[in-house]
Design a protein around this ligand. Structure first.
Ligand code: ZN
Length: 50
């Protein structure tokens, strides 16, 4: 399982609603809305939310 970095839900990569790549790491999302939120500010979510 992967973890959605926006809402912290566990996401099965095979059934993810969306994916994004940031600095070579692939992230998986539970919903298109979480992907949009991530894409607006990937740095914030990809590095632990600080
Ligand atoms: Zn989510």
């Amino acid at each position: 399982m992967a973890r959605d970095p926006v809402c912290a839900m566990e996401v099965d990569p095979k059934h993810a609603a969306g994916t994004s790549t940031h600095e070579g790491v692939t992230f998986y999302f539970c919903s298109p809305g979480c992907k949009r939120t991530f894409d607006k500010d990937p740095h914030r979510y990809a590095h632990g939310g600080h």
